[in-house]
Design a binder for this molecule. Sequence first.
Ligand code: SF4
Length: 503
Amino acid sequence: MSRGLDIAILYLSDRRVAYSSLAFHMLKGYLSELGARTAVYFKEDGIIAEREAPHPSKSKIILTSLPYELMYIDLVDMLDSLSIPVWRRDRREGPIILAGGPAITANPTPLLDILDVVLVGEAEPVLEQIVDAVEHESRERILQELSGIEGLLVPGYNERVKRVYVRNLDDAWYPIDQRIPKDIEPVWGRSFMLETTRGCARGCRFCMEGMIFRPKRDRSFQKLRSILDEGIAANRVGKVSFYSLAFFDSPHAQKILEYAVSQGLEVSVPSIRAETLTRERAELISLGGQRTITIAPETGSCRIGEAINKCIGYEGTMTAIDNALEGGLRNVKLYIMIGFPGETDEDFEETVKLVEDAAYKVGSSGGTLKVAVNPFMPKPVTPMQWSRVPDPKMIAEKMRVLRKRASMKGARVSFYDPKWAVVQTVLARGDKRVGELVVEWARRGGRLGAFKSVARRLGINLAEYLEEKPVEWTPPWHEIVEHPYAGLRMLRFEYESLLRSIS
Ligand code: SF4
């Protein structure tokens, strides 16, 4: 039954990326099931509709997702290209702009003068109430209704918000229909996406996702199996892609993997914790047709590993690689992070040694080691949120050394540009002034080279967002979102004392 609503779902990437996203299928499918009259739009060469639909500016509300900070640029581009005023104060009519996603769940502050509504947390618990609110005619009334919904921050209507999340995953609505138009080849190939777990209980001190998706929640085996059976039949695919932050941390991961393989399905397992990869599990993954396994030791230094609460280290990584290779997996991908606060030359050397030896081990058995290297970034809502950003020149030099030595052992190394890490940190730890910077910078093309000059022109001192902050400093996001401030401060002290005590 149509409720005669008019909701525009605007995906700020192209159709290929959208249809590869479980969150996209959930939003589209759940709104349709709720009887909302929706249209879906993508950002390709301009804004295009999924099928014939009115211009999105004719809808009552535009829903969009901002999983990464750099997508704030796409948001401004989108509003400009739709001729919708970018600043909230200039929108007395036209659609309400509502955004959610990890980046603004952690810190909505930079976009508070741009967005009408911020969804802080997960979408499933609030979608039905949003659909009900949009039944009202006036913009003013809809905003009032939305401001009464837990998890929705409506600037000008409420001032503080609590993160909202699904309590029991078995009860959450699931997008069984993940059909993809024939002309689109999704990023990970045609498969059914199955989310086993949401959140992660490991508590790595640099990890924003681990913090903002707490608590860890698992689907039961019965639920996983019934979703998988239905999904495979409905979408007519022969592959399942599992979704979770740390796959084998689910008590049912191995069992559902065994079940998928027993059904003759191909499998795709996401990044896993190294210590959870046994030989038996590697064999199963390999039987399911996967050839590469991804693990994220982050560092080869036990000292840094202890301090960041992710102590996998040399032994843990090598054991996981042995298990992977003996279980029939051919290639390994490692995620490495460099520039942690307190990281010494010795710590870095241990990381380089880890990568060299891993490359040699994987190469000797005929496979390839890929290494993705990221600079440390102090993300909001983590115990590291007070830390400084490492000097990009120092990171670039370390990356050069790592690439040279790892390549000589046959590794294929890719890097995230430390200059982009600086930009990302400014947006991630930003306040309302950073919102001004985002708008001006987007309008000047959003290229790296223009970032600093736009900031200078606006009189914004970027160092304020990049430097070490004293623990007395309360970050702006804690003023508006009920994140666990005291707990994070305590973990930050622990990080420092661990660094001092472990030699
Ligand atoms: S880094 Fe991985 S294991 Fe650690 S908290 Fe984040 S998701 Fe969990």
